[in-house]
Ligand binder design. Sequence first.
Ligand code: NAI
Length: 340
Amino acid sequence: MAKKHEIVLIPGDGIGPEITRVSVEVIESTGVEIKWHEAYAGESALCEFGDSLPHETLAAIRKFKIALKGPLTTPVGGGYQSVNLRIRKALDLYANLRPIRKFPGIETPFDGIDIIIVRENTEDLYSGLEHIVVPGVVESLKIITERASRRIAKFAYSVAEKWGRKKVTAVHKANIMKLSDGLFLKTVREEAVKHPEIEFNELIVDNAAMQMVMNPSQFDILLTENLYGDIFSDLAAGLVGGLGLAPGANIGDEIAVFEAVHGSAPDIAGKNIANPIAITLAGALMLDWIGETEAANLIRKAIEAVLSEGKVKTRDLGGDASTTDMGRAIVQKVEELKKK
Ligand code: NAI
């Protein structure tokens, strides 16, 4: 009998509950057996339980090791600390994996975009170390360690080997931040020489940004510190049709949390118009991770088929289909593909 997986499900804030519901329906339509353990985090958890990251949620992720998470709202310029950052730090999910590729049926100026962004997830300017030096002057600390740089570089090469990728491009600003980005780059280079079969190159971040919009298909794996990776993921997502198509994962040595690259989209929350594809692709990535590759491929094929037919498109893709319409179309395709 097929193994029943136990997975934590965090619906999240804003559009989170609408899109995670679709993702779960699509995953279940593949026939993979999953027992979901629902847990709460973010603004919704703060309202309900008085804590944006309840102890029970972290305990559940530690216990079951895998979670599918909807986006979580973080107040801008004040309020509680980012719950996403707290989850990543508390569980040491040091690698942020964000595959971005062009799907058939999506109009973009470029073909052949198939990039995996591997972003260090625990330090850099996201260390949360900020203080007021004197009124009117603040300091934000950029932390880069050899340990974190080495393990993210090793992770990038393990992904390259596992998925047969040919090139790793390190993004940095070591010409200006000679110590911090210098250490990152030096460490990455040391790992790169251990993998002569995989091409290595390095680009200064501003040049990398220009190259990304002029000739994105040159990139294969992009290896970055935390902030650059965050910016490049949205940039790359924009080149393939937007955030509604970009999945991601936060991965540690034992635990992994899968999510969309996008946030809680408060501007469209509760309207049943959000695109559920990004979180559904994150679900497929999760299935890959737990060894359910066949089901993961089935989902990706179903999404590709729906997009290339072009009959069902959510608003962000230029159509007028609802979140639930898109979910239904993908489930129907999964059912059709299963019969073949
Ligand atoms: P956002 O990603 O939520 O939205 C940016 C734009 O993209 C908006 O116009 C939104 O309507 C659109 N969009 C996003 N996802 C979409 C989808 N699935 N379908 C159609 N359109 C979509 O970024 P924003 O507005 O900067 O952040 C909103 C909140 O989300 C903030 O509190 C932020 O901290 C949080 N956030 C959470 C993340 C996470 O949980 N991993 C990641 C990024 C932001």
